[in-house]
Write a protein that binds this ligand. Structure first.
Ligand SMILES: [Fe+2]
Length: 327
């Protein structure tokens, strides 16, 4: 079931490279090897190794730049690969620079077998742990999309919320953490509906007061589902507060105005507008102008954030029907 961990060795000096490969194979790992940073980049993309061990001084692309490339890569699976740097001298400066570019550990040449084994095995364990967490995150995202798929009328809704929520976040020049929270919040905001019985969730007619009460539990249920995953911490306020209202008459906490996290206010506006411009069981999609005017009214009534509605207006005028293309 468990695959043998794969280690990438990048070292320009052949004897060292061969020795390292032999030692790692002897420890039971699979190994691929390259002789400079550029080849290292190709091998990382091709094999997605579980650990990279790289020399510092190499032709074409040195070890610092190679490590920096891994750690700033846009794809999380590559960014999270641990990197060990081989330092020729036990120099403090080399290590400080290595830490600056994100190296996880250092090994001094010539390698000592016990040290190599200990450092490699602890970083491989760490990588397996982050992989497990990432898999858990994938399960939660899949679960969220399963909830969405129950209702054919909401197809593509989460994806649009995620994409257009981020677009509006960028117009507001929000920091990267907030944009990331919005990306995840768009997909996960209604995940708590997994705990709502289908007879209520899919009921064609209006809900009774008791049913509405149950339906209103979905934000807190969603928060409970996602809470154990530390990486989703920034997204929890969106999941919990996407049904709050600016005037404090929303749920579950009755927060007001700026007390509601900005990401939740954005998702609330995009969610509201998206429901209007898509077909529903009880009516066809409304035109952009009609939907915008209803959204403005909702802001005037104290439901939605008026500044975000202005930005939404600006955004939909720019993209036009592009809104519906994400499915
Ligand atoms: Fe919701």
């Amino acid at each position: 079931m468990f695959k043998t961990p794969l280690i990438l060795v990048v070292e320009d000096e052949e004897p060292n490279r061969d020795l390292l490969q032999a030692m790692l194979r002897h420890l039971g790992y699979d190994v691929v090897a390259g002789c400079d940073g550029v080849e290292g980049q190709e091998l990382v993309e091709q094999h997605r190794p579980d650990l990279v061990i790289t020399d510092v001084m190499m032709p074409k692309l040195n070890g610092y730049d190679f490590c920096n490339w891994i750690k700033s890569h846009e794809e999380t699976r590559i960014r999270l690969i641990p990197v060990i740097m081989l330092t020729g001298l036990n120099s403090l400066n080399d290590r400080v620079r290595g830490i600056e570019v994100g190296a996880d550990d250092f090994i001094t040449k010539p390698f000592e077998h016990t040290e190599l084994r200990a450092r490699v095995s602890s970083l491989i364990k760490l990588k397996q742990f982050t992989d497990d967490l990432e898999n858990a995150e994938e399960v939660i995202f899949t679960l969220a999309l399963t909830v969405e798929a129950k209702d054919p009328y909401t197809r593509g809704h989460c994806q649009r919320l995620s994409e257009h929520g981020m677009d509006i976040g960028r117009l507001l020049e929000l920091p990267a953490e907030d944009i990331q929270a919005i990306r995840r919040g768009g997909i996960l905001h209604d995940i708590g509906k997994i705990g709502i019985p289908d007879r209520i969730l899919l009921k064609p007619g209006p809900l009774t007061e008791a049913e509405r009460e149950i339906m209103r539990q979905h934000p807190s249920k969603g928060e409970e589902i996602c809470q154990p995953l530390g990486s989703l911490a920034g997204t929890l306020p969106i999941i919990r507060h996407h049904h709050e209202r600016m005037d404090g008459r929303g749920y579950p906490d009755g927060l007001q105005a700026d007390d509601i996290y900005i990401g939740a206010r954005i998702i609330a506006v995009v969610d509201f507008y998206d429901a209007l411009v898509t077909d529903r069981p009880y009516r066809e999609a409304l035109s952009q102008d009609r939907a915008l005017s209803i959204t403005y009214s909702a802001a005037a009534e104290g439901h939605l954030d008026p500044n975000i509605v202005d930005l939404l207006h600006e955004f939909v005028t720019a993209v036009g029907v592009g809104w519906l293309y994400i499915e």
